[in-house]
Structures are given as structure tokens and as C-alpha cells.
Design a protein around this ligand. Structure first.
Ligand code: ZN
Length: 150
């Protein structure tokens, strides 16, 4: 592993990949989506439970794959639980810009927490790993079946 790649795998990412938050099935889920990143072999399944106010009352995920894909799913679930669907999609937009190395709308705590993923922008293959969970979350909200990361 060279230095730039080692830097990519920061402690926060390793911690999330080894001890994922909100991991497991959610039988009462109202929305479910499955995603696959064929370039890396990552798989993720997102379960969401929305309340009447369109707020994400609960979210869980299952999956397997590289550290980046699983850490990103863990971090995402931790950050969007309790938010409305609109807020989650806004956060997703900012995250996609961040990991592509573009100007991002993220600010404050959101930016601080997601910044650990910014390093993937230098590794186009890893961007797909980092965005898989987010695309799958959006797909689940749209009622779809299978997401592909882009
Ligand atoms: Zn991956």
C-alpha cells in the first residue's frame, strides 16, 4: 500500500468498516433497495422506515465489500437517521460533489463528518465504492429494486 492509499484509509473509515453502525435487517422497513458495484464486488442493501412526516425514523444496512463501501454505508446511516427525505437527498448531493473532488454544498458538522471520504476523489474506482450506499438509499426511496453505483 503506498502512502496516498494508506492516507485514504483513515482511522474513521477503518473503524466504520470494522464496527459498522446500524448493520442488520430491518423487518419493519417501508423502503428497501439493493445495490451492487460490479467493478469492486461491493454489495449493499438499505432498509428505511419512513414516518408520516417523511422523516427517516430508522435505517439499517447489510452488505459486504471493500472497507470504503461498508464504511460509507455505515457513516451514511448514522448521518441520515432522523432527517427528512429531502434533507437526506440534499446531503447526498453534497456528498457526491465532495467525493468527485467538486465544489460541495456541505457545511458545518456535515462537512466535518463526511470529509474523511474526500480522499477517494483521487481514485476514480473508489468513488464508486463510496457512493454505492447513497445511490442505493435513493433507489430504495424511489421504490426501485437494483442500484448500480456511478
Ligand atoms: Zn469497493
Amino acid at each position: 500500500m503506498d502512502d496516498s492509499l494508506r492516507e485514504l484509509y483513515q482511522d474513521v473509515i477503518l473503524d466504520h468498516s470494522r464496527h459498522p453502525r446500524h448493520f442488520g435487517p430491518l423487518p419493519e422497513a417501508s423502503h428497501v433497495g439493493e445495490g451492487h458495484n460490479p467493478l469492486c464486488g461491493d454489495r449493499v442493501k438499505i432498509y428505511l422506515l419512513l414516518d408520516k412526516a417523511n422523516r427517516i425514523a430508522d435505517i439499517k444496512f447489510e452488505g459486504k465489500g471493500c472497507a470504503i463501501s461498508q464504511a460509507s454505508a455505515s457513516l451514511m446511516t448514522d448521518m441520515i437517521i432522523g432527517r427528512t427525505v429531502d434533507e437526506a437527498e440534499t446531503l447526498m448531493g453534497g456528498f457526491l460533489h465532495l467525493v468527485k473532488g467538486e465544489d460541495t454544498e456541505l457545511t458545518g458538522d456535515d462537512r466535518d463528518r463526511l470529509e474523511v471520504m474526500a480522499g477517494v476523489s483521487a481514485f476514480p474506482m473508489r468513488v464508486k465504492c463510496a457512493t454505492l450506499a447513497w445511490h442505493t438509499m435513493k433507489l430504495a426511496l424511489e421504490g426501485g429494486e437494483a442500484a448500480k453505483s456511478e
